[in-house]
Design a protein around this ligand. Structure first.
Ligand code: HEC
Length: 191
């Protein structure tokens, strides 16, 4: 019952917030398709996404590295002055949304980040939407339009004080989503 109540509060709240953000973004800038250099892509499949508990927690969000360079990713995440994430970095706040860094030159407009909207269940992850400036979460919020507002030294990472529009979702609901990742029931390796 508690879980049902939480979900019924959480979803409409995100819906309102995110559609406002999406509309604001569209008003500011017409959608322009960025140039993608596919030769700089890091292969990403549904299996690239794992239970958040098997990633490394940094100040309330989670990081990994698909190329095995986790130390480089953590070093940037821990930098007090910000910094540019290395290729292969994967960053998540909640189970259903992720950012992955491709090699330099993949997409200049997004600092080589690709945005993902995922579907997660006990069976694992499915990629629902992926891309750059056009990806929206299931509530209509455009990832790029929000995350590009982070001050340049933070490389599109918002946290709660980097210049992005805030997520007016109470922290306890985000933490609830983090602790209830259904994929954690499946035994998976760490990165
Ligand atoms: C309303 C604006 C908004 C939208 C839309 C949005 N985000 Fe965010 N996102 C934020 C903010 C603000 C935070 C930081 C929240 C905190 O730490 O309290 C955040 C956190 C994150 C993080 C953790 C790292 C960080 O930046 O702090 C990831 C990864 C992320 N979002 C990915 C996505 C993806 C992928 C999408 C689209 C599918 C998306 N976001 C849509 C504003 C947004």
């Amino acid at each position: 019952m508690f879980i049902k109540n939480i979900i019924s509060v959480f979803c409409p709240c995100l819906l309102l917030v995110s559609s406002y953000a999406a509309n604001a973004g569209q008003a500011l800038q017409p959608s322009v398709q960025p140039v993608i250099d596919h030769s700089k892509a890091i292969p990403v499949t549904a299996d690239s996404f794992i239970c958040l508990e098997n990633m490394l927690s940094v100040r309330g969000f989670f990081v990994g590295n698909l190329l095995g360079e986790i130390d480089d990713t953590v070093a940037v995440a821990m930098q007090a002055e910000g910094g540019f994430y290395p290729p292969g970095s994967i960053v998540q706040l909640v189970p259903t949304e992720a950012m992955i860094k491709h090699h330099k030159g993949w997409s200049e407009q997004t600092n080589d980040w690709e945005f993902f909207e995922l579907k997660v269940s006990k069976k694992g992850s499915k990629i629902k939407v992926r891309g750059t400036t056009e990806v929206k979460n299931k509530f209509g919020g455009n990832c790029y339009e929000c995350h590009k507002k982070a001050e340049p030294q933070w490389d599109f990472i918002c946290e709660d004080n980097h210049g992005c529009d805030p997520l007016p979702v109470p922290g306890f609901l985000i933490r609830w989503a983090q602790k209830n990742d259904p994929r954690c029931d499946v035994s998976q390796p760490n990165y």
